[in-house]
Design a binder for this molecule. Structure first.
Ligand SMILES: Nc1ncnc2c1ncn2[C@@H]1O[C@H](COP(=O)(O)OP(=O)(O)O)[C@@H](O)[C@H]1O
Ligand SMILES: [Mg+2]
Length: 286
């Protein structure tokens, strides 16, 4: 797999800040993958996205986009990337469709607006002014906006935040389809559901540093408890027992339960992404 982005020793300080917000981070985003940047609020996720989309200047370190220095890229870069900002930005006095036509007009390559708006359930509201949109509708329109130029790389900052499960699923399906067609996604989120369902690889950002870069599966193996929990009925009472996963085939107590017990559930002791988040970042999810 070739890297879409290669970031080496990235440092960044906001002009008004006393110290660096981004403190020497390195990572790669491969073409065709969904790369998730996770971390607690204030960790620097949005800042990293803003640097990668050339919105913030004056970083130190190197960033390469398909082998080319980010600093050397001209505005044609914006033809290739689609951006979903954390806070939806639209003209509230214009209708949803007017907004999308306006933003689409900046690009040479233009996706089918109707198709996109239909998919997220907004086509029937196309002539409604965005001022009258609910938060969830704005978030969905924000996603359509990111897709307007049929980008090669999608940047999505907390893209499902504020959506109900149905609408979140529509957006997640669209992101997965985008990847299936070869698209690359850089996604920042604090929602562990999104991570499990979408991300090929993830990096945890804490206080401007990356503390762990891995796949969701490897993280689960690394932090998982290698044990099996069995819930069973004993004289009508619900009981549970824990068995170590290693050598479980020879565990007599486990075998007896399997043969004679009234088993209700069996679970491997998988650590949830929420638990991993807390272990890795040391920060409780809100
Ligand atoms: N324009 C800015 N000027 C100064 N500090 C900022 C600015 N934007 C963000 N910060 C600070 O940078 C840190 C990282 O912010 P951000 O990248 O938005 O974090 P995250 O997206 O992980 O929640 C925070 O401490 C935030 O207060
Ligand atoms: Mg953010």
């Amino acid at each position: 797999m070739k890297p879409a982005f290669t970031v080496e020793n990235l440092n960044f300080k906001y002009p008004t800040a006393k110290e660096d917000t981004i403190k020497g981070i390195s990572f790669e985003v491969f073409e065709g993958e969904i790369f998730g940047l996770l971390g607690p609020s204030g960790a620097g996720k949005s800042t990293i996205q803003k640097i990668l989309i050339k919105l913030l200047e004056g970083y130190r370190g190197t960033i390469k986009y398909f082998g080319r220095d980010l600093n050397s890229l001209d505005n044609s870069y914006y033809e290739e990337i689609g951006v979903g900002f954390e806070v939806p930005v639209h003209f509230s006095k214009l209708t949803a469709l007017e907004n999308m036509k306006f933003f689409s007009g900046f690009y040479k390559s233009r996706a089918n607006i109707q198709e996109l708006m239909e998919r997220v359930g907004l086509w029937e509201y196309r002539d409604v002014k965005v001022a009258e949109f609910s938060k969830g509708m704005k978030v969905r329109l924000n996603f359509v906006r990111a897709m307007l130029n049929s980008p090669r790389v999608l940047f999505l900052d907390e893209v499902t935040n504020g959506l109900d499960p149905n609408n979140a699923k529509i957006i997640k399906d669209m992101i997965a389809e985008f990847r299936a067609k070869g698209g690359t996604v850089f996604l920042t989120t604090h929602l562990m559901n999104d991570v499990e369902q979408l991300c090929d690889r993830i990096a945890f950002c804490v206080n401007g540093r990356l503390v762990e870069t891995s796949t969701p599966r490897d993280l689960k193996l690394k932090y998982g408890k290698r044990e099996v929990k069995v819930e069973y009925r004993d004289n009508g009472n619900l009981k549970s027992a824990l068995f170590p996963l290693d050598g479980i085939g020879f565990n007599e107590e486990f075998q007896t339960l399997l043969k004679f017990g009234k088993i209700e559930t069996i679970h491997s002791g998988e650590t949830s992404m929420e638990e991993i988040f807390i272990i890795v970042t040391g920060v409780e999810l809100k």
